[in-house]
Design a protein around this ligand. Structure first.
Ligand code: NAI
Length: 471
């Protein structure tokens, strides 16, 4: 048993993902002494090691296959691409390692005390850390940034061919037939990767369309493209799963699905749940909400004033960019600055091909809330830049409040949607109207113009589409 070591700091941060390391870095920059506790030997959390970054690296590899497949229309003909899976895995690992090293340097430059091990709160002012060494950390304030873990489906057999997103990203083998349960962001991104590697893909989604949080009309161009390549069953559930040496058999319940089908692997991508157990939270008496997330105020304070919480553990959307912003607010409040987390919106992106991005209210939400709105929807088939870059199936939709005239939501399906959406986010934060967006000069020809064109439709000043019907 190693000797117990003790330290005393202003702030202890539990969890070294985007929420945790951002809180630690900001607190240190504001002059506080900080200890950052993380189970892994590396910072970056799920996002860097088994989420956002590895998936984007693999998706880029997949997009290169897709580009090669579609290039003949431009007179460029490649031999059918082959993928060296080991090289792709290696590239993913190098990208992760580089970013991880960058985080090490950022932590070191801020003189953050890093402890590798499992942290557990002993009381309101002390955290024990068990790893290769044992530590007791005394602190004034704490930030909980423990993240989330994949949800499972009860009753599935124990079988190494049943994957969660972490297993899928390892790329340890390429199955012949993969069924993905859940047509959300993880399911669709992984489908794209494995399809490029030659896997036959089946997607099963419980609700009536893929990526249910986005409007159906925005997802439709993606759906039309994917259904040519995958079997997609919406309004369908997997009721039972059996495993034999040869295969896994899934039994379906859904109007258009077969009764059963055999697969070589299954990816369960049905959401994530907050990580609230195993680190002493219960004994502190910190309140959870009805869905099991840690309850926080807009200063990120929990029901115990000197405990703050950020990221996936405090609620949806479970996105790294939400976590980092919450983390800054937590650190700033600990340092005595009075800031609050109150963004007008948090954008969402599915890095599919084409990409889907949305922010603010969807049309469905506006209807549910009885908000009167004006809609501008610009089809990319009328965009010179989109057509010339093989992106003509895209669409940009922007919603404006009929009373105030201000933007309330936007959604984009098409190439670089995840980049383009940020103009809409800024417009929402600034309370821009259709007239103001129409008057904002956009370069021609660009995909970004489609956002201005959608606003011009509502403004009544569009000349790149049919004239508005006279009222
Ligand atoms: P998700 O919530 O995005 O999608 C899960 C899907 O599974 C939903 O469409 C749901 O209707 C469906 N589903 C649930 N139970 C089912 C069942 N029994 N049978 C069939 N379908 C079922 O969750 P996902 O894709 O697992 O992602 C988890 C989290 O990670 C999300 O909160 C997401 O925000 C985050 N994430 C974000 C990414 C991004 O921003 N691009 C990428 C990957 C993950």
């Amino acid at each position: 048993m190693s000797e117990l070591k003790k330290i005393c700091v202003d702030v202890v941060v539990l969890g070294g993902g985007p929420g945790g390391y951002t809180a630690a870095f900001r607190a240190a920059d504001l002059g506080l002494s900080v200890c950052l506790v993380e189970k892994r030997n590396a910072l970056g959390g799920v996002c860097l090691h088994e989420g956002c970054i590895p998936s984007k690296t693999l998706l880029h590899g997949a997009s290169l296959v897709e580009i090669a497949d579609r290039s003949s229309e431009y007179g460029v003909v490649y031999a059918p691409p082959t993928v060296d899976v080991a090289a792709l895995r290696n590239k993913k690992e190098r990208v992760t390692a580089q970013l991880s090293k960058g985080l090490d340097n950022l932590a070191k430059a801020r003189k953050i005390i890093r402890l590798a091990g499992t942290g557990c709160f002993e009381n309101g002012s002390s955290l024990s850390v068990k790893g290769d060494e044992e530590w007791s950390v005394s602190f004034k304030d704490a930030v909980i940034a423990t993240g989330s873990s994949p949800l499972t489906i009860p009753g599935l057999p124990e079988d190494s061919r049943i994957w969660d997103s972490t297993d899928a990203l390892e790329l340890s083998n390429v199955p012949g037939r993969l069924v993905i349960i859940g047509g959300g962001v993880i399911g669709l991104e992984m489908a794209q990767v494995y399809h490029a590697l030659g896997t036959e893909i089946t997607i099963v989604e419980m609700l009536d369309h893929i990526i249910p949080p986005a409007d159906k009309d925005i997802v439709q161009p993606l759906f039309l493209r994917l259904k040519k390549k995958y079997s997609i069953y919406t309004k369908t559930k997997v009721t039972t799963l059996t495993s034999s040496e040869q295969c896994l058999t899934a039994f379906f319940e859904g109007a258009k699905a077969p009764d059963e089908a055999a697969f070589d692997a299954i990816l369960v991508a049905v959401g994530r749940r907050p990580a609230t157990t195993g680190f002493g939270l219960e004994s502190l008496g910190i309140a959870l909400d009805s869905r099991g997330f840690i309850q926080v105020s807009n200063t990120q304070q929990t029901s115990l004033d000197h405990f703050y919480a950020v990221g996936d553990v405090v609620g949806e959307p479970m996105l790294a960019h939400k976590a980092t912003h919450e983390a800054k607010v937590a650190a700033e409040n600990i340092a005595g600055k009075k800031t609050v987390f109150s963004p007008a919106t948090i954008p969402s992106v599915a890095y599919t091909e084409p990409e889907i991005a949305w922010m603010g209210l969807t049309e469905k939400e506006a209807k549910e809330k009885n908000i009167a709105y004006d809609k501008g929807k610009f089809p990319w088939g009328a965009s010179g830049r989109a057509l010339s870059t093989d992106a003509g199936t895209g669409v940009t939709k922007v919603l404006f409040d009929s009373v105030s005239g201000k933007i309330i939501g936007a959604a984009i399906c098409g190439a670089h949607a995840g980049e383009l959406i940020h103009e809409a986010v800024l417009a929402l934060e600034q309370g821009a109207t259709a007239e103001e967006l129409s008057e904002t000069v956009h370069a021609h020809p660009t995909l970004a113009e489609t956002f201005a064109f959608a606003a011009e439709i509502v403004d009544g000043s569009i000349t790149d589409a049919m004239p508005a019907k006279k009222k």
